[in-house]
Ligand binder design. Structure first.
Ligand code: ATP
Ligand code: MG
Length: 175
């Protein structure tokens, strides 16, 4: 359904505030938007942003930074960027990062299964969006999600699922 992307992202960020302060990580949302209405599936985008943030925190040493940007790319597209200054990735790691079960050579402190980004790519594709990455070892990593703003781009199949989701949300509100 239609949701305020800025409020949605802020809510996910709350879950990382404790780990940020524990590891003295500079954690910020950088946007000039106060509100932005976007058509997306709450459950899917939650998984994607949660995974990007947990990766950023997992691979960024103490006193580093994790910045999340929301910016309007054009009239009909929004960009969400999750950027960190952690261990980064080499060109050869980057080439595999969206593959199922892939974990980088330098994932010494990795917990997980290597599924997060492969799943994220599928979930963003269902929104007719894209996810891309740029990185430099020991310098920075930035994942960029580009999403269409309106529902006209939303894949038919997903649209039906979304109506079901909105219906069950209405049901919950009645309780
Ligand atoms: P899961 O997400 O299933 O818990 P995971 O985090 O290892 O496990 P992905 O999220 O798919 O899996 O990430 C795949 C690999 O990409 C990681 O193991 C890591 O090697 C690399 N990677 C992802 N994000 C970053 C990042 N911000 N900095 C450095 N390396 C990263
Ligand atoms: Mg992950």
């Amino acid at each position: 359904g239609e949701h305020d992307l800025v409020a949605f992202v802020k809510e996910i960020m709350v879950a990382f505030e404790r780990i940020a302060s524990k590891h003295k990580i500079d954690f910020q949302l950088i946007t000039s938007e106060t509100e932005m209405t976007v058509w997306f599936d709450v459950n899917m985008l939650d998984k994607v942003i949660f995974n990007l943030l947990s990766n950023a925190f997992k691979f960024t040493p103490d006193k580093g930074r994790v910045y999340l940007y929301i910016k309007r790319n054009s009239q009909d597209q929004v960009q969400i960027v999750v950027e960190d200054n952690g261990i980064g990735m080499t060109e050869s790691e980057l080439a595999h990062v969206f593959e199922v079960f892939y974990q980088g050579d330098n994932s010494y402190k990795t917990l997980g299964t290597g599924l997060g980004l492969a799943l994220s790519k599928e979930l963003i594709a269902l929104h007719n969006g894209t996810i891309s990455v740029r990185s430099q070892p020991n310098k920075e990593t930035a994942f960029t999600i580009a999403l269409p703003l309106g529902k006209s781009h939303f894949l038919e199949e997903q649209l039906r699922h979304d109506q079901v989701e909105d219906f069950s949300m209405d049901q919950k509100l009645e309780l």
